[in-house]
Design a protein around this ligand. Sequence first.
Ligand code: PGA
Length: 252
Amino acid sequence: MRTSFVAGNWKLNGNQASISALVANINAGLESLNQTTVAVCAPCVYVPLVHTLTQNSTLKLGAQNVSNYETGAYTGEVSAPMLKEFGCEYVIIGHSERRALFGESDEICAQKFVRAQQAGLTPIFCVGETLTEREANQTEAVISRQLQALLAIIDVQDLVNSVVAYEPIWAIGTGKTATPEQAQAVHAYIRQMIANLNKSVAEKLQILYGGSVKGSNAAKLFAMPDIDGGLIGGAALNADEFLTICRAGNKA
Ligand code: PGA
């Protein structure tokens, strides 16, 4: 049986005061949840702060990006060992905003995945199609291309220590959630693609859905057989809303 996982992606939001309050409120609400793993992915400079604030909590810590280089003359980059040293357990890789706005190719995202795992971080590897691609019936082809670039440089077994997040780009930050059936269809496609290579890895792999998940729609999404939790953007900035989503994960 796969356990469920809910991760918050704070993106470029927050300051010391708001993040301290948010984490304190999440910590307080997590005490009653023991069936789901919960993480927050903080902006890099707040990683040490959140690490300190989660010392006595089950809340896990992640980053939102990592360099595909380990060390050297790469101004502005932050490496996987650096994130690990400051308490990160997870890192989001290949978020559509990084792919689209910062030009990260499928190959670079795959390299980042390898760097993260080498440092002992668990990658949360994002895939997803644009609206144009969906309307042109390209969804499966796009997801397949994104995952094939990864599988070209890792062993399928490495996926066991990772999480995949399906995030249709048309659903991110738009308030337009994929229906549970639409999401389930893509999740099943991803799991089948992995099962074709290794059935037991596919059965263990956690596949999260992301894109306008809210307290009001999480339970129906998480009830689908191949949806193992969520990657939450906007709703993760509000402790009550985020905890409602975490409780939905706890029951699924
Ligand atoms: P959203 O973002 O929940 O605000 O749609 C999800 C994400 O980008 O991970």
